[in-house]
Structures are given as C-alpha cells and as structure tokens.
Write a protein that binds this ligand. Sequence first.
Ligand code: RIB
Length: 326
Amino acid sequence: MLGSANMDLVVRQPRLPRPGETIFGHDFALVPGGKGLNQAVAAARQGGAVDFLGAVGRDAYGTELRALLVAEGIRVDGLDTVDGPTGTAHITVLDSGENSIVVVSGANAAVTVLDPGQRAVIAAADFLVLQCELPVSALVEGLAVARASGTFTVFTPAPVVPLPAAFLAGVDLVVANRLEAEELTGEADAARAAESLSARRGWAIVTLGDEGCVVARGGVALGLAPARPVRPVDTTGAGDTFVGALVARLAEGSRGAVAAAGAEVAPDAAVTGAAESGTGGARVGVSEEAMIDAIRWATVAASVSVTRAGATASMPTRAEVAAILA
Ligand code: RIB
C-alpha cells in the first residue's frame, strides 16, 4: 500500500451550515483515516499481508497512526516520520450518513520520491494499491516500479487530480466511484465509464453506493453487482473498505491459483497467472471468476462498514464477512 495516513476529525451534524452561519453538531471524534491507511487496514482485517508505504508527522497523531498500523499487523518499515504535522481530514457526517471531507496533506506531501527500501517492497509485492492523496511524483514512481516488477496495480483516483496521460493506461485495475469515473472519462453512464477506464488495460470497477458497482474488462462491461441493502450510519471509508477487501480477496485467490498451477507446472506458475490476467506483465492472474468472487466479498465488507461510525473504526474482520456470506 502506497498511500496517505490522516487523522480524521469527524463532526456529526444535522446539515451543512450556510456560508457565515454557525450551527451545533451532535458530537466529535478523532478516528485514524486517510485513503491509504484505510485501504491497508481493510485489507489486513480480511487477512491480507500488508506493507504500508507513506509518511506521518513527528506528532501525537503520527504516533497514534503508526501504532494502529502495527496493531493491525501491517508492516511499517516503509512508513517515514517527517518534520511537520501528520495529515488531517476534516469530515462532516450528516444524519443521513453522507459525508464531506477536506484533507490537509501535512506529512503525506513529503512523499515525493520513494527510497530504495520502499521500491524493493513494491517490487516484491503481488499487488500495489494506490490512491491520490500522495504527490503524483510518488504515484508515478510506484507504478513504474510495479510495472517493471510484474506487480499487479490497483488504483483509486480519489481525490481526482491531474495525472500524466499514460498513468491510467498503466494500471491493471481502476476502482472509482461514480463522480470520479465521470470526471476522468466524461461519461455519466457508469457502465460506459467503466468500459472507457478499462479500454487500454485490464479492469475497471465503478462503485455506485447503494446501487452496487459495475465492472468492465478490456473495454467491455461485464455487468452490475448489486449492493447489500443496509441502513447507513456513516459512509466514510466505505469505498476504501471495498478496495482493501477486494485486493485481499484477489490476493488470497491468486495465491491459490499460483499454488494450483505450481503443483502441475511449477516453473511456469507465475507466467500462467500473467497470461490469465491479460495485463501483459503482472505476475499474478485475475480471472473473471476471481474478480466476481472478490467483488462479492468487498461488497459485503463495505456494507458492514456503512452501518458503523468512522473509517477504520467501522471495518469488518474476515470472520464477520465470512459469516454473512455463509
Ligand atoms: O476515504 C475516506 C478518507 O478520506 C478519510 O479517512 C479521510 O482521511 C480522507 O482521506
């Protein structure tokens, strides 16, 4: 995971104030967050073996975020501590469960280049997961290392930022929400947006909240996966939970696929996976069956997260998801 770590400062309130207006909120909470940290925690809770690459500040929030990652079993050798404040996210959650977020990058902005240790972690990993809360230079470098090493790349374009023209075409799987997908492709129709995002390489998933998600491969939409109906309490981090759970499940499936191939044709096991992925280089394979299974798993994980408050605080364990799917 190459991504951001923020402390979320969350206020629950009945509505958004008008400019110049003061209103009362119901309550306030400090919750570890950041799209990178959230996705890392979501993947770890689903049984994924996760490295976190990024930066926190030399302050109490940084100490707390690092401790949380360690407590979740996530390796933090690639997490730098830099001078200045840890990233923060200023989040309003309305009674409807909807949220709006303002991020102040802090230490995340210091991740402009990767060090040799961070590059080595990416090169050795099966999957690299990226979002847009780090400087674009780090994302570009991370993607280049992953592609050169056959690491399968998963990218969430959140928040949407200007990217080099070739960036998206180098990603194996794009997971975007409806707004992000439309901003990137100009397509308001989610299926067409997914087709456009996957046209040049690999896969795309466009998430649609309580309507589910559409998935496309190689420019062709494969269909709509329905959401699991729940009563929302707080949608913060639901998209991150989806991505983390999805990747953990894909990783679990790909290990099985490589092991199975290895039993028959050990020397070519990784090549078998690359051929199946259709991505022209990733070591691990992602079949249509594996993607559908992972989407089902991720949909349940995200549905659980919206029934509870907070980003990391709301994420389910593997056992919880398995119990629902049993
Ligand atoms: O996706 C939710 C996350 O966005 C929050 O945890 C916040 O930190 C922002 O990065």
